[in-house]
Design a protein around this ligand. Structure first.
Ligand code: CTP
Length: 398
């Protein structure tokens, strides 16, 4: 269950902080991606470098970017949105108290308040502390507030005594995290399905400063990815140089050229559902120059060559049961062209998008789309997110 999931690991300042490094490795071995947030006192037990090397990602400690003041201080929002679960292991009595009272005096506690994902607290401390009335009461309050608690185990503690307070083994924490993720994952018609969505324009470079592209912002494709996620799909978004914002909760990979997109699509070709919303350039420069072409040396004719038709290739190499959804953006004869693309590219569905209608097309926040299937035809209007939701609800009813 944790394979492919995103784990935010919060490490607080107790001696068991060193065990969080092993926990991180075990999460990774189970196929999860891990990012680490430490409290300042946790860094006295283990260096941030240990966690950044293991997670291959920066470790967050400060809300404010010390090296680059004023920059990137909203990580607590983004990371909280990115994660499928936030696991605090070990969680000291001090951080537990802050959690219960909603304090946000460091990166970890601020992210806790901002996080939308489930939060698992692994209280770890000395036996007497754990049994103190304040900690007992705080644990009770944390449960009432909806936090998940994994009780510590009994054993030999750093103080030399045998008592309850040890951090459970990584396997146990991973098992518990897995159960919680399962409980919180969206149940819908796409649950358990891999969904691949492409969005945005491609850029085909002529030289380092010039390219062929189109005005796609990626909004509609991103909305399709979000709609698939809301139906329970395990979504991967492939995106070109988009101007629309990509929510951190979406797993994404970027491309620039149609050839790069083609390679990424091939790598995900086994997806159950593929939605090609990218505005792929049909042509690229026949030759690219490594240096800027000076205008006095440039020919006034640009030689082009064809890009692969990725969707057509997908149609020719379709897996049994796979659903292929394409887009057709037209300025005239919308229905006719869309139906011919549906057939030629062997698609299950095509979203016909007219460029000549108001409130639709590139960059607009709203859209008008006619969904065409082999036997179905239905038009949807609204914001791009509403239209995307309606399209996928029609294709994948409950
Ligand atoms: N598409 C693709 N690869 C291309 C061109 C388009 O995968 N080289 C996909 C788009 O992502 C879209 C669908 O094919 O889902 C239709 O794209 P569109 O540009 O409307 O049509 P084309 O097939 O390029 O045909 P034409 O340019 O003649 O309209």
């Amino acid at each position: 269950m944790v394979a492919g999931k995103r784990i935010l690991l919060g490490v607080t300042g107790g001696i068991a902080a060193y065990k969080a490094a092993y926990l991180l490795r075990e999460f990774q071995k189970s196929g999860a991606q891990v990012r680490v947030i430490m409290t300042p006192s946790a860094t006295r037990f283990v260096g941030t470098e240990t966690f950044s090397s293991l997670s291959r990602h920066e470790v967050a400690v400060d809300v404010f970017n010390q090296e680059n003041p004023g920059n990137d201080w909203t990580k607590h929002i983004h990371w909280g949105d990115w994660a499928d679960i936030f696991v605090i292991a070990p969680c000291t009595a001090n951080t537990l108290a802050k959690i219960v009272y909603g304090q946000s005096d460091n990166m970890l506690t601020s992210t806790l308040l901002a996080a939308r994902c489930p939060i698992l607290i692994c209280p770890t401390m000395d036996g007497e502390m754990y049994e103190s009335p304040a900690v007992t009461e705080n644990l009770q309050k944390a449960k009432e507030l909806g936090f998940y608690i994994l009780e510590p185990e009994s054993g030999y503690l750093a103080s030399g005594i045998e008592a309850v307070g040890r951090l459970p083994e990584p396997e146990k924490i991973i098992e518990e995290s897995s159960k919680i993720i399962g409980k919180h994952s969206i149940q819908g018609p796409l649950t358990g399905k891999q969904v691949l969505v492409s969005a945005g324009p491609t850029r085909e470079f002529i030289d380092p400063v010039r390219f062929i592209s189109n005005p796609s912002t990626g909004k509609m494709g991103i909305a399709m990815a979000e709609a698939a996620r809301l139906l329970g799909g395990n979504v991967t978004l492939l995106h070109g140089p988009v101007t629309a914002e990509i929510p951190d909760r979406l797993k994404s990979e970027s491309f620039i050229t149609a050839d790069e997109l083609f390679e990424q699509v091939k790598a995900h070709q086994d997806a159950d559902v593929i939605i090609m919303a990218a505005a792929v350039s049909d042509f690229k420069a026949a030759e690219t120059n490594n240096h800027k072409v000076k205008k006095e040396h440039a020919s006034l004719t640009l030689e082009l060559s064809r890009n692969p038709d990725i969707l057509e290739w997908l149609g020719q190499n379709k897996n049994p049961g796979q659903i292929l959804i394409g887009f057709a953006m037209e300025t005239e004869h919308l229905r006719k062209h869309a139906l011919s693309k549906l057939e030629r590219k062997k698609l299950d569905w095509i979203c016909a998008n007219s460029l000549s209608e108001g409130g639709a097309g590139f960059g607009s926040d709203t859209n008008k789309i006619t969904l065409l299937g082999k036997q179905t035809e239905e038009a949807f209007t609204g914001t791009k997110q509403q239209v995307a939701n309606q399209i996928l609800e029609k294709i994948f009813p409950e």
